[in-house]
Design a protein around this ligand. Structure first.
Ligand code: NDP
Length: 255
């Protein structure tokens, strides 16, 4: 029996990349997973199908985050999907994973107010309101896991605005951990380093070799390296961990 049997989970941005790996791992452990996406309908369907072909349970939910009414739209789909499958709209695990980055090479001098607002809307504001909207559905003993980045502790000037959004999501974990502890709900941040999300960049051997040097293990992270950490935090074994920043950078922050 899996560690998450009878549990329900929402993973934002789980059509591909790290989110997909998280959705697959949570489902492997027995959770019913809401696979959220914005534009990648086929990719979300593939995620659901791969979970089902392994004997797990999942359903896809579409909602664009970072726009007015985003959390409301997301939860209309989540609630409907949960009710159809379990008879109630109760959640145990929320993973705020969906995120956008600054295009590589954009210097701080060139970040526009529009770019800045968009980054904060998707990476910081949306997770706050996703959590706020999730709270009435979240069972006592639940889990909130916010995907941050090693860039909150590793200077990379062309990612300053993005890193600021991740600093914000770490604050969400810290303060809500205190707020939700009376209900036994834990709230933690997981910070990946460079992680193969299946994008074209990871098909370029020279680029991968260069990025690999950042990790103490001299390789880039795989999505499952991060998904395993998230799955641990989602499990009962992590009941005593809350408000934590979990470094999942493969030793990148060791310097
Ligand atoms: P990907 O770019 O591979 O996937 C992003 C996911 O988020 C997709 O499912 C996408 O859905 C969804 N998404 C993006 N924008 C929106 C939006 N506006 N509304 C709703 N959904 C959206 O991401 P990664 O796997 O690389 O990253 C996952 C998380 O990990 C992010 O928070 C990222 O900041 C963080 N991270 C990643 C690192 C890495 O090296 N990969 C390093 C450190 C942190 P769709 O395709 O349907 O639009």
């Amino acid at each position: 029996m899996g560690r998450l049997t009878q549990k329900t989970a929402l993973v934002t941005g789980s059509s591909r990349g790290i989110g997909r790996a998280v959705a697959r791992r949570l489902a492997e452990e027995g959770a019913l997973v809401a696979v959220h996406y914005a534009t990648g309908e086929d990719a979300a369907r593939e995620t659901v199908e791969s979970i089902e072909s392994d004997g797990g349970r999942a359903f896809a939910v579409r909602a664009e985050l970072g726009v007015p009414g985003d959390a409301h739209e997301l939860f209309l789909g989540v609630e409907q999907g949960l009710k159809e499958r379990t008879g109630e709209a109760a959640l145990d695990i929320v993973v705020n994973n969906a995120g956008v980055t600054t295009p590589a090479g954009v210097q701080p001098e060139d970040v526009t107010p529009e770019d800045f607002d968009r980054l904060f809307a998707v990476n910081a504001k949306a997770p706050f309101f996703v959590v706020q909207r999730a709270l009435p559905l979240l069972r006592d003993g639940g889990r909130i896991i916010n995907i941050s980045s090693g860039l909150t502790r590793f200077a990379s000037p062309d990612q300053v605005a993005y890193a600021m959004t991740k600093g914000a999501i770490e604050q969400l974990s810290l303060h809500l951990a205190r707020h939700l502890a009376p209900r036994g709900i834990t709230v933690n941040s997981v910070a990946p380093g460079v992680t193969n999300n299946g994008s074209d960049l990871f098909d370029i051997p020279e680029a991968v070799a260069q990025m690999a040097q950042l990790s103490a293990f001299k390789r880039v992270g795989e999505a499952n390296d991060v998904a395993d950490v998230v799955t641990f935090l989602a499990s009962d074994e992590a009941r005593w961990v809350t408000g934590a920043f979990i470094d999942a950078t493969g030793g990148t922050l060791l310097g």
